[in-house]
Design a binder for this molecule. Structure first.
Ligand code: HEC
Ligand code: HEC
Length: 246
C-alpha cells in the first residue's frame, strides 16, 4: 500500500514536472529542441546530474566534466549530446557504454556576453531515442578587458540562434520570441536580462532595442549596429512591447 502510494505520487510528480517543463520550453528553447525531448528516460544516468563549473571571468572558457553511467543490462550508444545554448559544447570521451560502464562528458562554456549566474542544460540521446538531462552552473565575473570589445553575439556560430532567427519575422511577438525571449524570458519575466514588463514608452524601447545599452550584454539590434533588425522590425517590436501592460 505504502509503496503504491509512493509510486503514484512519483508518477504525478513526473507528470506535473513534464507539463511544467513543456510549458517552459515552449517559447525560448523551441529554437533548438522540441519539448518532448526533455524527458529523462534513458538507462544512461548522469551521476550527479548537476555540476558547478565555478567562477570565471567573462570571455574565458568554463570547463567541467559530467559523469554518465549505463544503468541498463545491454550496450548503449550515445548518439548525440546537445546543450541549451550554442555557447556550450559537450563531448563524451566515449560513446559506446557496456552495462555498468561509464564515461565522462567534457563541457566547455564560452562565457562571452554572460554576467553573474548562468545555468545550462545538457541533453544526451541514446540509440533507443531516450534522453537524459543534466545541468551545469557557473558564475561569471566582469572582465574589464572586454570593455569596448568588437566581438558580438551576432557573429560567428552564435549568429545561428541570436541573429538568423529574426529573418522574415514581421510581428512584435514573432520577433520577440525569435531573438529576445532567450534573455528576457518567454513571458518577459526576465532571465539573463531584466524583466521587460511595464515598459510602456515605445520611443525609449525602440532606442534601446536599436542601439543597445553600450555593452555586449545588450547589443544594439539595428542593422546599422551589426544587429539583425530592420527599422520596421524595431518599430513593430517596440509598439507591441509598449502596449502590453499599463
Ligand atoms: C543553437 C542555438 C544557439 C547558439 C548557436 C548560441 N546560443 Fe546563446 N542562447 C541560446 C538559447 C536558447 C539561450 C537561452 C537558454 C540558455 O540560456 O541556455 C541562449 C542564451 C544566451 C545568453 C544569455 C544567457 C546566459 O548564458 O547568460 C548569452 C549571453 C548567449 N546565449 C551568448 C551566446 C554566444 C556568445 C554564442 C556563440 C559563442 C551563442 N550564444 C550561441 C541559443 C544559442
Ligand atoms: C544575450 C542576451 C540578450 C538578448 C538576446 C536581448 N537582451 Fe535586452 N538586455 C540584456 C541585458 C543583460 C540587459 C541589461 C543591460 C545592462 O546590463 O545594463 C538588457 C536590457 C534591455 C532593455 C533595458 C531594460 C531596462 O530595464 O533598462 C530593454 C528594453 C531590452 N533589453 C530589450 C530587448 C529586446 C526587445 C530584445 C530583442 C530584440 C533584447 N533585449 C535582446 C540582454 C539581452
Amino acid at each position: 500500500m505504502a509503496v503504491k502510494l509512493v509510486r503514484s505520487g512519483l508518477v504525478w510528480f513526473v507528470l506535473v514536472g513534464l507539463l511544467l517543463s513543456a510549458c517552459k520550453q515552449d517559447q525560448s528553447a523551441q529554437l533548438i529542441l522540441p519539448a518532448e525531448k526533455t524527458v529523462s528516460d534513458s538507462v544512461l544516468v548522469f551521476e550527479p546530474d548537476h555540476v558547478d563549473l565555478g567562477t570565471v571571468k567573462e570571455g574565458e572558457e568554463a570547463i567541467g566534466f559530467l559523469r554518465v553511467r549505463n544503468s541498463g543490462d545491454s550496450m548503449v550508444n550515445i548518439v548525440s549530446v546537445e546543450a541549451s545554448c550554442g555557447c556550450t559544447v559537450a563531448e563524451p570521451e566515449q560513446r559506446l557504454l557496456t552495462p555498468g560502464g561509464f564515461t565522462r562528458i567534457k563541457v566547455v562554456v564560452d562565457t562571452f556576453a554572460k554576467q553573474g549566474a548562468a545555468r545550462k542544460w545538457i541533453l544526451l540521446t541514446d540509440d533507443a531515442g531516450h534522453h537524459s538531462k543534466a545541468w551545469v552552473t557557473l558564475h561569471v565575473q566582469p572582465n574589464p578587458h572586454l570593455d569596448g570589445t568588437s566581438r558580438s553575439i551576432f557573429q560567428g556560430k552564435c549568429a545561428a540562434c541570436h541573429f538568423e532567427p529574426a529573418k522574415g519575422k514581421v510581428t512584435g511577438p514573432e520577433i520577440y520570441h525569435a531573438v529576445c525571449a532567450m534573455c528576457h524570458g518567454s513571458d518577459r519575466e526576465g532571465g539573463a536580462g531584466p524583466s521587460l514588463k511595464h515598459h510602456n514608452n515605445a520611443a525609449v524601447l525602440s532606442a534601446v532595442i536599436a542601439n543597445g545599452v553600450g555593452s555586449q550584454h545588450m547589443p544594439g539590434f539595428a542593422v546599422d549596429k551589426g544587429g539583425p533588425l530592420t527599422a520596421a522590425q524595431v518599430f513593430s517590436l517596440s509598439q507591441w512591447l509598449s502596449a502590453l501592460d499599463e
